[in-house]
Ligand binder design. Structure first.
Ligand SMILES: [Zn+2]
Length: 421
């Protein structure tokens, strides 16, 4: 393997997630890893793909403009195959990822971090990654990435993963923003968390608009508003199109002692579920306030599954956090901010008919940082989408949010505001 190849592989595998197949282990398991020429620095383009085979054995092929190095591994619960590549431009046919054939249920692809792309395959059941390699261009054929999957049983699948886990590093992806300089700055820190990113696009509008872009644009406008007042420091979990795992977003806020965490999303309803409109503010609760809140939390919590994060290595301490949270003031503060925010948004934006809800959102799990999740509106509703993509609406709504932040942080004057004294 070339030095460059190792650099890419260790960068992607070592800095991302818990479980991965190191190259050594991949080799031990018979997975082939190609070695590209050290000088091949041209950008990578994936131009086409094919799936062939049946429920016992399936071959997944992606055409590439040149040979590359890859790292491939499997994940459980749900069953997935993950392929990490150098940063790649995908020009695959629209809806390519919705193809189901043989052992492959669906797949997606995209940026996972600067310099690294990823393909995630959902499989129908446990599979063995028999081969993963890249062929040189030859005889009029382009370079090709080839994965051979073979159906297996859960016991052997889990045994393979356990082998892979022996080499696991429990380090995590680096947030796209470096820690802000504090320098004795005592102004409250607001962490803005634009949802999704990179390989995980979030919901989609009818014209191909992506939630990840809409919420990033909004968060950037909000950041400017908050910073221009001079009263707050602002940090963003991502300020570009990269993927950040949910737990990392929480860690980001906690490690910086944030005074407030605002996660920004845009919802969508499947067509058969009819229409809904307007913004909704969510806080954390063990039991969802209604069925729609439960549906949404489940969808938002899927971000890590979509991006191929290994959930089985995450500590299963959600229940403890909830107990812990109940004992702290954080919950009260989160509710207080959520109510203030709904009040301010009323004048500036359209609100959902039940604008204040709660559910078990993973991204709201910081026990010591007041946290809310704001769904700006529905990408699936025409009028909402028009607003979500309008700079005027963005500015007006961000202004309302900044107002709510101000009210939240302004110390109450004793005796004022109808207090108990
Ligand atoms: Zn979302």
């Amino acid at each position: 393997m070339t030095a460059r190849a190792f650099q890419i592989a260790s960068m992607i595998a070592g800095t991302l997630f818990g479980a991965y197949a190191s190259l050594a282990i991949a080799a031990e398991k018979g997975v082939t890893v190609s070695a590209a020429a050290a000088s091949a620095e041209a950008s990578v383009v994936a131009t086409d793909m094919r799936i062939g085979g049946d429920d016992k054995q399936t071959r997944f092929v992606v055409d590439l403009n040149r040979k590359i190095d890859l790292v491939a591994f499997t994940l459980a619960d749900p069953y997935r195959v993950v392929v990490d590549l150098p940063q790649t431009t995908f020009t695959l046919p629209a809806k390519a990822g919705e193809q189901a054939r043989g052992l492959v249920k669906a797949f997606r692809y995209g940026l996972i971090m600067q310099g690294g792309s990823r393909i995630v395959l959902d499989t129908k059941g446990p599979v063995r990654l028999e081969k993963a390699f890249v062929l040189d261009a030859a005889e009029g054929q382009p370079a090709r990435l080839v994965l051979d999957l073979i159906a297996t049983d859960r016991t052997s699948f889990m045994r393979n993963i356990a082998l892979e886990n022996r080499a696991a590093h429990n380090t995590s992806i680096k947030p796209s923003e470096a820690p802000p300089k504090v320098d004795g700055d005592v102004r409250p820190l607001i962490v803005l968390d634009p949802g999704h990113g990179g390989i995980d696009t979030g919901t989609k509008g009818s014209g191909g608009e992506l939630e990840k872009d809409v919420v990033l644009a909004f968060a950037q406008t909000l950041r400017e508003k908050l910073e221009s007042g001079g009263k707050y420091r602002v940090a963003m979990t991502r300020s570009d199109d990269t993927f950040i795992p949910l737990a990392e977003r929480v860690r980001f806020a906690r490690s910086r002692n944030a005074g407030l965490f605002i996660s920004v999303h845009a919802d969508a309803l499947p067509r058969r579920e009819g229409q809904a409109e307007g913004a909704t503010v969510y806080t954390l609760s063990e039991n969802a306030s209604d069925a729609e809140a439960a549906r949404l939390a489940e969808a938002e919590n899927k971000a890590d599954v979509i991006a191929g994060v290994d959930l089985t290595t995450e500590p299963d301490d959600v229940a403890n956090i909830l107990v812990d949270l109940a004992q702290r003031e954080t919950k009260t503060f989160s509710m207080q901010f959520a109510r203030t925010l709904v009040g301010e948004l009323k004048a500036a934006a359209r609100l959902h008919k039940h604008p204040l809800k709660s559910a078990g959102f993973k991204v709201l799990l910081a026990p010591d940082v007041p946290s809310v999740l704001l769904e700006l509106g529905y990408m699936s509703t025409k009028d909402d989408l028009k607003q979500l993509t309008s700079a005027t609406w963005r500015a007006r709504t961000a202004q309302a949010l900044a107002q709510a932040v101000d009210s939240f942080f302004t110390p109450r004057v004793a005796g004022a505001g109808g207090g108990r004294n």
